[in-house]
Design a protein around this ligand. Sequence first.
Ligand code: ARG
Length: 275
Amino acid sequence: MTAHAPGATTRHYLMCEPTHYTVSYEINPWMDPTRATDTALAVQQWRTLRDTYLSLGHTVETIDPVPGLPDMVYAANGATVVDGVVYSARFRYPERQAEGPAYQKWFADRGYVTHTAAATNEGEGDMLVVGRLLLAGTGFRTERSAHAEAQELFGRPVVSLELVDPRYYHLDTALAVLSSDPRDPQIAYYPPAFSPGSRAVLAQLFPDALLATDDDAAALGLNAVSDGRHVVVAPRATHLADALRERGYEPIPVDTSELLKGGGGAKCCTLEIRE
Ligand code: ARG
């Protein structure tokens, strides 16, 4: 094992308060519309997450939640932003389709160059920047043709990874970027969520990666947000927290259990704006 946490860098995040949060449809195995949701608790947990970022010195901006779009709280799906260029999301399911233009407008209104996606893609849910690379998920939501579109737009190599377990339907549910530093990129992931070929690719690119356990993955522990040192992580992912500490990271447990009913955790609620 190598690796000491390379160190924190200040981040710029976009989030969406879960004012209209509920689970009214079912598009992933975590969602059960017959189970009650507590919107006030979701808002409270979301505010704690936002305040955690602020206390770490990061900048958090917010987009207004739109009534009738309960999944808008999962801001990571709203776009992918690299070098100040915005690749819009184009959602797979009709229930979420209006979110893509809402997020794109937020960026356009603030003067960002935005690119309207031709291919189905669910933003940073399936596109993670690590070092100079983009790791891109497919299998459940984002189409492979979106990987090519993103590579052309950003001019960064995109590595396609095939997801095979429906519980881990977005890349950010099965893989966390711990350090995006190009000199020492580090990730954590859950191998069974990937096809054999994709597992081999990850093992080649990241031989020292932290491998999550079944329990870490089931707690959605990989849906974590790292600034290069502090890692905001689900409190139930205890093995992952210990393993992070051993590598010099500082795990910061933040409970997002109410938002887990929609199939998301801390990372899902957090879109990184990379200038
Ligand atoms: N209910 C949402 C969906 O299934 C959850 C999205 C979670 N977001 C994420 N980045 N994984 O689309």
